[in-house]
Write a new protein. Structure first.
Length: 163
């Protein structure tokens, strides 16, 4: 009986989901004039100011995402470059608390329709995100394969430049 109980405890711990990755704020740092630390309320406030109290909603595969465009957040932080040509060397890295990372180029976000479809989302299908996804997440709904640039537990955005 004790062995069975130990096996059950082991299996429960093995298959239980770790929610220690949950994030409550988003940091924007790197090659920016203004480093930002944004919680959910601040992200919603940015969204309200930019869109006249209308939530930005994007849909992919019958799933609706609500939140703030990544490029809107980058605009708030203001990329710090010496000349306009340097923007061609700028990349934006989104990092999750479990250290999953995805990359976007400046041109991809600001000079293509992809930028209008990369969302830091707070709600999915009208509901706040659950602990398995974190309070903040990111998705590029324009991507053909959605999972490579879908980040759960979004924690940090780093703006940098290649040499």
């Amino acid at each position: 009986m004790k062995k069975l109980l130990l096996i059950l405890l082991f299996l429960t711990s093995l298959f239980s989901k770790d929610v220690s990755y949950e994030t409550n704020e988003l940091k924007i740092e790197g090659l920016v004039e203004k480093k930002l630390v944004l919680n959910m309320d601040k992200l919603q406030e940015i969204n309200d100011l930019r869109t006249g109290s209308k939530t930005i909603t994007l849909t992919k595969n019958d799933t609706t995402y609500e939140g703030v465009l990544l490029k809107e957040i980058i605009d708030q932080a203001k990329i710090d470059v010496k000349n306009r040509k340097d923007l061609n060397k700028v990349y934006i890295m989104a990092i999750a608390s479990d250290n999953y990372k995805v990359l976007f180029s400046w041109n991809e976000l600001f000079n293509s329709k992809i930028g209008d479809n990369v969302l830091i989302f707070l709600k999915k299908n009208g509901k706040l995100l659950d602990k398995n996804e974190g309070k903040l997440a990111l998705i590029s709904v324009e991507d053909i394969n959605e999972n490579p640039r879908h980040i759960k537990w979004l924690e940090k955005i780093i703006v940098n430049k290649i040499d």
